[in-house]
Design a protein around this ligand. Structure first.
Ligand code: PEP
Length: 252
């Protein structure tokens, strides 16, 4: 049984007070949804404040990125040990904004995945096609390439620690959500890739979130798909009621 997992990616939004307020409001209700794993991803600078706001509640938290080197002259970067020091359990890796705005490659994502797993952080690894790639009918190829590049060299045991987020780039922050059928098709494809590269046990164990303009009003249909194990939520995670409205769509 895969435990559903809803994650809120706050991106580069909020200030310290806003982050604490939002985390507190979600944390106050988190215990009502014990069947769902819940986590928020504040800007790195506010993780410590969020840690204090959610202490003693089931709401988890993590970072939106990490660097793969353990320490040294890497100005502006954050190490896995620093995230562990702040009590993080998770890290989002290979988000499309990092891939397409900041130029992150599959090879870099792969180094970060290895570093995260070595530090016992759960990586949420994002994959997803551009609109032009979907229109050209190459979605399957893109997903395979990103899977093989970003997740290279993992043992079957390590693979099972990973959460994959399928996030079609054309659906992120655009209000254009994938249809439940489109999401299910790619999620099934990802399980097939894992069955090919590893085995059925791995393919059935790994959780695959959908991300891309999920909100309370469209979440139920997507989350009801057999191979959709939760959501990675951007914009709608910035309002507690909206985020909790998505969580409420996860069936018990
Ligand atoms: C995201 O940033 O991962 C995301 C899915 O954003 P949004 O929900 O705003 O489309």
């Amino acid at each position: 049984m895969r435990r559903p997992f809803i994650a809120g990616n706050w991106k580069m939004n909020l200030d310290r007070a806003g982050a604490v307020e939002l985390a507190s409001a979600i944390a106050a209700k988190a215990a009502d949804y014990g069947h769902v794993e819940l986590a928020v991803f504040p800007p790195t600078i506010y993780i410590e404040a969020v840690r204090d706001a959610v202490a003693g509640t089931p709401l988890g938290y993590g970072a939106q990125n990490v660097y793969f080197e353990p320490k040294g002259a890497f100005t502006g970067e954050t190490s896995t040990a620093m995230l562990i020091d702040l009590g993080c359990d998770y890290v989002i890796l290979g988000h499309s904004e990092r891939r397409h705005i900041l130029g992150e490659t599959d090879a870099e994502v792969n180094q970060k995945v290895h570093a995260a797993l070595a530090a016992k952080l759960v990586p949420i690894v994002c994959v997803g096609e551009l609109l032009a790639e979907r229109e050209a009918g190459t979605t399957g190829d893109v997903i395979r390439r990103q899977f093989d590049g970003s997740l290279a060299g993992l043992s079957a045991e390590q693979m099972q620690q990973v959460v994959i987020a399928y996030e079609p780039v054309w659906a992120i922050g655009t209000g254009k959500v994938a249809t439940p059928e489109q999401a299910e098709e790619v999620h099934k494809d990802l399980r097939k890739i894992m069955a090919d590269r590893y085995n059925i046990t791995v393919a059935e164990a790994v959780r695959i979130q959908y991300g891309g303009s999920v909100k309370a009003s469209n979440a139920a249909e997507i989350l009801a798909q057999e191979n959709v194990d939760g959501a990675l939520v951007g914009g709608a995670s910035l309002q507690a009621d909206e985020f909790l409205g998505i969580v409420a769509c996860v069936s018990r």
